[in-house]
Design a protein around this ligand. Structure first.
Ligand code: NAP
Ligand code: 3JN
Length: 342
């Protein structure tokens, strides 16, 4: 089997590190791994398959020098905007974890369990975009519902872990909790979040747009429609909660046809990489602590609406750094290899 030279841009970050773990686990066909970061981390090392691999500085010429075939980007939108074209120019396929290219009509936005066929459009720009973490787990859970009943509208509230905002955001929560136990929480700084996150929930992720929704909420709206190839009404409320890892979502879906909740449960459980955990009487339902380092999306609390037969409610949880970022990107790369080798 052919092996590939793989660059991980942002390899020292929360998502980049997870990409290395997932590639190891799936035995990704790596000929050479090139971890890239800013000059701050260049010269340090990351661990891959029990070896210390040197981190190199991201430059305009590195992709050509290292003969990169696949470049996984997760170092922020401005880094992708500037450097992804150099990777493409050097002959690599770029799988981009940032929002920079997601809504570009010439760039496929892919969740392999939902719209793998879109990957074929990669040639237009040499780039495949990875959706936002909150979008990925939601569309995975809803794909079987869309196929069976059709979806008219989605109302979703998220409970997003601090790791969604990067390593320093996780540190901010830990530091504030330590300050709480040292009786000095009121002196504790907040940089990554607009308010104290310890012992709090914040109904703001990213900046507010003119329509009153945040940028994170509008990502869920626009990305869901692009991935699901349908004009679905989406109303999202994205909330930051004081957990470290694992995004949860309360999802209400209005279907085009009436839904039998028991049948829906079975249909969802047959979804690819979806696990139904739904035995509420015995305290079994998805929670962030159950999903850490897992590559599946967990769905529970599946129930019909009290008033309308075409509405279904559920609770959806996944590891945001894996399912919401690294695992999705690696699965895209695996599908791309499969398609390109035909
Ligand atoms: P993080 O923990 O803060 O890590 C940021 C990474 O980017 C580090 O490796 C950092 O390297 C690198 N970096 C920053 N500026 C750079 C530059 N100018 N040149 C080269 N490398 C640079 O953040 P994260 O959580 O891993 O997230 C990184 C990005 O991934 C986010 O900004 C976002 O666009 C994307 N993301 C996507 C999702 C999703 O939903 N799909 C989820 C989370 C994040 P140094 O060590 O040198 O600073
Ligand atoms: O906050 C979260 O839980 C998810 C955040 C994702 C994120 C953070 C910074 C920049 C993104 C993203 O993936 O949409 C971006 C971005 O690339 O715009």
């Amino acid at each position: 089997m052919r092996k590939f030279n793989v660059a991980v841009v942002g390899a020292t970050g929360a998502v980049g590190e997870e990409m290395l773990r997932v590639m190891e686990e799936v035995e990704f066909p790596v000929a050479k791994l090139v971890p890239l970061a800013s000059a701050r981390s260049a010269g340090g090392t990351v661990e891959y398959k029990d070896e210390e691999v040197k981190v190199k500085e991201l430059t305009e010429t590195i992709f050509e020098e290292e003969e990169i075939d696949i470049a996984l980007f997760s170092a922020g939108g401005s880094v992708s905007a500037k450097f992804a074209p150099f990777a493409v120019e050097a002959g690599a396929v770029v799988i981009d974890n940032t929002s920079h290219f997601r809504m570009d009509p010439d760039v496929p936005l892919v969740v392999p369990e939902v719209n793998p066929e879109d990957i074929t459009k990669w040639r237009e720009k040499g780039i495949i975009a990875n959706p936002n973490c909150s979008t990925i787990q939601m569309v995975q859970a809803l794909k079987p519902i869309q196929e069976t009943y059709g979806i008219q509208r989605i109302d979703v509230s998220t409970y997003q872990a601090t790791s969604g905002a990067g390593k320093s955001a996780m540190d901010e929560l830990v530091r504030q909790m330590q300050d709480f136990f040292a009786f000095k929480l009121d002196e504790s700084e907040h940089r990554k979040f607009p308010h104290q996150i310890a012992l709090n929930v914040i109904p703001q992720i990213d900046v507010f747009m003119e329509n009153g929704f945040t940028k994170e909420e509008m990502k869920m709206v626009n990305e869901t429609n692009k991935i699901m190839h349908d004009a679905i009404e989406v109303a999202a409320t994205c909330v930051r909660v004081p957990t470290l890892r694992g995004h949860a979502e309360s999802v209400t879906v209005t279907c085009k046809k009436d839904v039998d909740p028991e049948a829906a449960k079975k249909i969802i459980s047959e979804g690819e990489n979806v696990v139904v955990l739904d035995d509420p009487e015995n305290g079994i339902y998805p929670m962030p602590t159950l999903c850490v380092e897992k590559n599946e999306t967990f769905v529970g609390r599946i129930r019909g609406d009290i008033y309308r037969p075409n509405i279904l409610h559920m609770f959806v949880v996944a590891d945001n750094l894996r399912v919401g970022a690294a695992t999705n990107a690696v699965r895209i790369a695996q599908k791309w290899i499969e398609m390109e080798s035909i």
